[in-house]
Write a protein that binds this ligand. Structure first.
Ligand code: SF4
Length: 123
């Protein structure tokens, strides 16, 4: 597990305010990689973040784009046990969320004020 801890990780947050689960138009969209797999946002794809999602089963065969035959099939991915567990961990167990989520979406006064009100400040 230690091999998964990136150098930039500075400890667990009290809470996470996930940009990928915002209800407004400032929500971060899911990321689709050229390997045919979806991730919750683009921050999850770099080498420092990716192992956390590999470990959580996001790259299991059943979640590959090749399993999508019709529009309704997307639910097989986004309602999969891996994705549901990921979403509940963000709110219910933030200290065990992927490191990138703990850092990038850590709930803080600065984040709430820096994101969400000014669209130009949103990445
Ligand atoms: S860093 Fe994590 S919590 Fe934040 S938007 Fe991306 S997937 Fe969601």
């Amino acid at each position: 597990m230690d091999r998964l801890i990136p150098k930039w990780y500075n400890g667990p947050p009290e809470a996470i305010d996930p940009d990928c689960l915002r209800k407004s138009d400032q929500r971060k969209d899911p990321h689709f990689g050229n390997d045919g797999y979806f991730l919750p946002c683009c921050e999850c794809d770099p080498p420092g973040s990716r192992p956390c999602f590999e470990e959580r089963g996001f790259f299991n065969k059943e979640l590959h784009i090749s399993n999508i035959k019709k529009r309704e099939d997307f639910a097989k991915i986004f309602d999969s046990k891996q994705w549901k567990k990921f979403r509940s961990t963000l709110f219910e167990d933030p200290k065990n969320a992927p490191y990138i989520c703990q850092v990038f979406c850590k709930k803080s006064k600065q984040k709430v004020e820096g994101h969400g009100k000014n669209p130009k400040g949103f990445v």
